[in-house]
Design a protein around this ligand. Structure first.
Ligand code: FE2
Length: 252
């Protein structure tokens, strides 16, 4: 959901919960953890049932909900075609994940692992102290559903990511970015972390977006993958093997 605003950034990220009973249980556990939880009535957003809303230790707002109406244009369920309409643009299949920047990485790890049942798939740690600098969390078979980077300022957005089908789709997305002079951060390239293929670009609001394809399948018994900060270049941009200043410093 996009809304007009004076500055770029992210209002909230929401996750679907499988039952009302879980929603009640999470509300209780989030409160017991010491987080403020507010209720959002059904219908506050069109087609969305009641939500609970909390601010994570990194200052980001997350909402949890059970009910979400399907959109008018899909998905097809009866003899489903690959696409319902002729496809246009970068052909995003769905929203995939966010990378958020904030201070209390250990706090948000605790909330998402211990209360909401996420798993950590990968971390980037300080070579000497082992302090977590970046955290990759999953609640699915995806390599990540949410990523957090330690940052002095809370509540910041690094990027929102949209899934495309494959490496060829990324090439097509890159062609569109150049054709329309869309501001590109980096890519097409590949991540070491998640092993996904990627392009980062900026939308006209100033928020960074990503088109993302591939990545490994995560299972809950997978061992934690650990990257040392001294190898962070390869972890983030596997081919370039180094970060760029823009990627490190521009958050909204
Ligand atoms: Fe991403």
């Amino acid at each position: 959901v996009l809304r007009e605003c004076d500055e770029a950034g992210l209002d909230l990220m929401a996750f679907k919960v499988s039952s009302e009973a879980y929603l009640d249980e999470y509300e209780e556990k989030l409160r017991a953890f010491g987080l403020e939880v507010t209720a959002v009535a059904a219908g506050e957003q069109p087609g969305v049932g009641r939500r609970i809303s909390f601010v994570a230790p990194t200052g980001h707002r997350f909402d949890l909900y059970v009910e979400m109406e399907l959109s008018d244009n899909g998905p097809m369920t009866n003899n489903p075609d690959v696409c319902q309409q002729d496809q246009r643009g970068m052909k995003a299949i769905r929203f995939d994940h966010c990378l958020l920047y904030g201070g209390d990485v250990d706090g948000i790890k605790k909330v998402f692992e211990e209360i909401l049942g996420f798993s950590t798939s990968e971390v980037v740690v300080d070579d000497d102290t082992g302090m977590i600098i970046a955290l990759f969390l999953t609640c699915s078979n995806k390599a990540h559903d949410l990523a957090i980077v330690r940052h002095e300022e809370d509540g910041k957005l690094h990027h929102v990511s949209f899934l495309v089908e494959d490496w060829t789709s990324l090439r097509d997305a890159a062609d569109i970015m150049t054709r329309y002079d869309i501001s590109r951060d980096i890519g097409p390239t590949r991540h070491g972390i998640t092993r996904g293929q990627t392009i980062y670009f900026f939308d006209p609001s100033g928020n960074r977006n990503e088109v993302f394809a591939g990545g490994y399948s995560f299972y809950p018994d997978n061992p934690l993958r650990v990257w040392k900060a001294s190898s962070v270049g390869k972890a983030i941009f596997y081919y370039e093997r180094e970060l760029n200043d823009r990627f490190m410093t521009v958050v909204t």
